[in-house]
Design a protein around this ligand. Structure first.
Ligand code: C2E
Ligand code: MG
Ligand code: MG
Length: 710
């Protein structure tokens, strides 16, 4: 039932009836009485004929008293004017609806919908009254307003957002696009809407992934990217790329599911990340790249299977430069060197500093050795005349290892390891040279690691290691003068391992300090025992013990020698410590200090393998030495030529001049012994007299007659 029909179906007023007689009746009356809207009927005379209870309540009048009063009397003149204006339209036969804000009698603003409909009199169809239905819509109106407001706020937020906001449908078609998106990507809104987002802002190489991501988001499949932050690249209208952070959310708009992408331009934060990255990848002293950069670049090259060569350049003697001239000078030197070297690096190649005095050069695409060697010559030239920023010039050299990347190099560390192995080979062979890596070096390193491990184990458990003794004889009388203690290692699986194999490894790892201390203790105890066994009339025997350069560097070394002497009760002058030429010439000034300290204990000192190193005469006479031991290589060559004999003669004369005894090692024949006697050499040792022996066999020599004297 429409409102018009409803209103007209109210019982028409009886002809000639007064106001009070017109009344709706029955069920219909109950309906309109409980209506939450106001309803009234007003006659052409402007007086109320009927009001429902809701209407009466709004006026404050008792319902029964309103009929017969004018609108102005009940509602006041101002409200009546507005009311009657609508009523007049109804009296012309029109059903009219009016919406508007009205101030009620309590002073509240109310939004009213008023509908005025004419009443037709029974006879002649004349209009004699009108009904007014008044619905209070204030609440709905406020909610609607709030809705409008929140829409407005949202729109403003979207339009003013710093982030680009793009709504797409499940096919990836742009549905909406905010001004920030237009600004970021360079397409105006109207050009963007309706187009696939992939064509618009996704770089071609990422389109496949984008399509996959969208289909996952649509299906909410595993790995979908909804509500997650992603960093990717966006494509601008001008073809340039922009790093963006993207968050994707989905919303239901009616039946439709839309996807809202928030895209934030992160070029600035990337810039600061780039700066951090730059710091993380650079060496602060030289400004070159660092090890981390090398690892990254090598990693990329290995992934691409690029033909690369890694050159590891170890600057020789740099630690002595640092300790002798100080850190500031050493750093200056590095800066000067890096500047010159960097100027020589070709585009695409990388020069980095990976250790205090270790540089690495990654060369791309080189395969033919002459080309590489030419580049390395250029580096060596630069090192030969490094000038610090403050103008000091220094001659440097480098031990260089090179390795070419192969499929066996799975990680950058693999490649660097091999370059370092080649470098240590270059260093072992005297430095200032270039060594190419070869896979057999690997086996050697593995052997070294194993040897070190096993040796440590043997030392810890005190098994497998023992000391052999080789007699040293007075050449003129051929009587026993002393012994040289030579360490032996009986490996549980590998059998006898010669000291030339394991001593250098122990030296490199520092284990030689423990090993040397052990040998010193064992040999001194042995000497004490043998001194006591000596037949009456036999002069003092001495014990020669080999020292490694590492032992000299050990802070408590002199004290440990003093303690062994005290513990075993040997006469210190019977203890002879042997040092190689190269060991004392490493840092001659330091050596003088430590040798004097040792000398102050009363022990004897000897230079071993004399003639193989580079003894400086100026130092030789400053060292508090007692003897020199001529290297075996000279002795074995004695019988070959007069020239060789002259060399030994000169060494013996020199030793005499400096007041040292001379010992010849490696005497293998009677003729060697005779020649050395003729050259006035004091002592000798060698297979001709005896091989190094276990202590019990040596004891037999001691108790009886020496076999060489029979
Ligand atoms: P070294 O001190 O020059 O010892 C002499 C080496 O020559 C010994 O080799 C000895 O066995 C060998 N030899 C002796 N007479 C002859 C001979 O007539 N002909 C030949 N061909 N060789 C002879 P070994 O025992 O193998 O020791 C080698 C090196 O190992 C030693 O050379 C020494 O430098 C080192 N070494 C041995 N024991 C120790 C130790 O306890 N501590 C340290 N630091 N080094 C040790
Ligand atoms: Mg020796
Ligand atoms: Mg020797």
């Amino acid at each position: 039932m429409t409102l018009d029909v409803a209103l007209n179906s109210i019982n028409p007023p009886l002809p000639g009836s007064d106001i009070g007689t017109w009344m709706p009746s029955g069920g219909f009356l109950r309906l309109i009485e409980t209506l939450p809207a106001q309803l009234c009927v007003i006659g052409t005379d402007g007086r109320f004929r009927y009001v429902n209870s809701t209407f009466a309540a709004s006026t404050g009048w008792p319902q029964a008293r309103i009929a017969g009063h004018t609108v102005a009397e009940v509602l006041g003149v101002a409200a009546a004017r507005d009311f009657e204006a609508h009523g007049r339209r109804a009296l012309t036969g029109e059903t009219a609806s009016f919406d508007g804000w009205v101030t009620d009698r309590t002073g509240h603003r109310r939004f009213l919908r008023r509908i005025a409909a004419p009443h037709l009199a029974a006879e002649g169809g004349k209009i004699d009254a009108y009904s007014m239905l008044i619905i209070d819509c204030t609440q709905d109106r406020t909610a609607e307003a709030a809705l409008h407001l929140s829409e407005a706020v949202k729109t403003a937020a979207i339009n003013n957002a710093r982030d680009a906001i793009i709504a797409i449908d499940d096919q990836g078609i742009v549905i909406d696009y905010n001004p920030a998106a237009a600004h970021l990507f360079g397409y105006p809104r109207d050009q963007a809407i309706g187009r696939p987002i992939a064509d618009l802002i996704i770089p071609p190489e990422l389109r496949h992934n984008h399509a996959l991501g969208l289909s996952r988001a649509v299906a909410r499949e595993r790995g979908h990217t909804l509500h997650r932050r992603l960093e990717t690249q966006g494509l601008r209208a001008d073809g340039s790329r922009v790093p963006v952070e993207v968050t994707l959310a989905d919303v239901m708009v009616g039946e439709r599911r839309l996807f809202i992408a928030n895209l934030r331009d992160i070029s600035e934060s990337q810039f600061s990340t780039d700066q951090q990255t730059a710091m993380a990848y650079h060496d602060p002293v030289t400004g070159l790249g660092n090890r981390a950069l090398l690892m990254r670049v090598v990693g990329e090259a290995l992934t691409r299977r690029d033909p690369v060569l890694l050159v590891n350049i170890h600057i020789d003697r740099f630690s002595s430069i640092r300790s002798s001239f100080g850190h500031a000078f050493a750093d200056d030197l590095l800066i000067g060197m890096a500047g010159r070297l960097a100027g020589d690096v070709l585009p695409g190649d990388h020069l980095v500093r990976i250790g205090d005095h270790v540089l690495a050069l990654l060369l791309h695409g080189y395969r033919d050795d002459p080309m590489v060697l030419r580049r390395l010559d250029a580096i060596a030239d630069i090192l030969r005349s490094v000038v610090t920023p403050s103008g000091a010039s220094v001659f440097l050299s480098a031990s260089t290892g090179i390795v070419a990347a192969t499929p066996q190099h799975e990680t950058p560390e693999d490649l660097l390891r091999d370059a370092e192995i080649a470098t240590s080979r270059a260093r072992e062979t005297g430095g200032s040279r270039v060594v190419w890596f070869d896979p057999s070096m690997h086996a050697r390193v593995i052997d070294q690691v194993r040897t070190e491990h096993d040796l440590r184990h043997s030392l810890d458990l005190g098994v497998g290691l023992w000391v052999a003794y080789q007699p040293i004889v007075e050449l003129v009388t051929e009587r026993l003068a002393g012994f040289e203690a030579l360490v032996r290692w009986n490996h549980p699986e590998r059998g006898q391992i010669p000291p030339v194999h394991f001593v250098p490894i122990a030296e490199e790892t520092g284990l030689v300090v423990t090993l040397g201390r052990w040998v010193l203790g064992v040999a001194c105890r042995q000497l004490a025992h043998w001194q006591a066994l000596r037949p009456p009339g036999m002069s003092d025997l001495f014990m020669s013990i080999n020292l490694s350069p590492r032992q000299l560097d050990e802070p408590g070394f002199v004290d440990s020698v003093r303690a062994v002497i005290a513990e075993t009760g040997i006469d210190p002058k019977c203890l002879k410590l042997e040092l190689t030429e190269s060991a004392v010439m490493r840092r001659p000034e330091d050596s003088i200090v430590i040798l004097r300290e040792l000398k102050s204990l009363g022990v004897s000192l000897s230079i071993d393998d004399f003639g193989t190193g580079y003894s400086s005469l100026s130092y030789l006479h400053k060292f508090p030495l007692d003897s020199i031991k001529v290297d075996r290589s000279f002795i074995s060559a004695l019988h070959l030529s007069e020239e060789n004999r002259s060399i030994v003669r000169i060494i013996v004369d020199l030793a005499r001049l400096l007041g040292f005894d001379v010992i010849a090692e490696g005497i293998e024949s009677e003729s060697d012994a005779n020649l050395l006697r003729a050259l006035a050499c004091d002592y000798g040792q060698g297979y001709h007299y005896s091989r190094p022996q276990p202590p019990d066999q040596m004891e037999r020599v001691l108790r009886g007659r020496a076999p060489w004297q029979r």
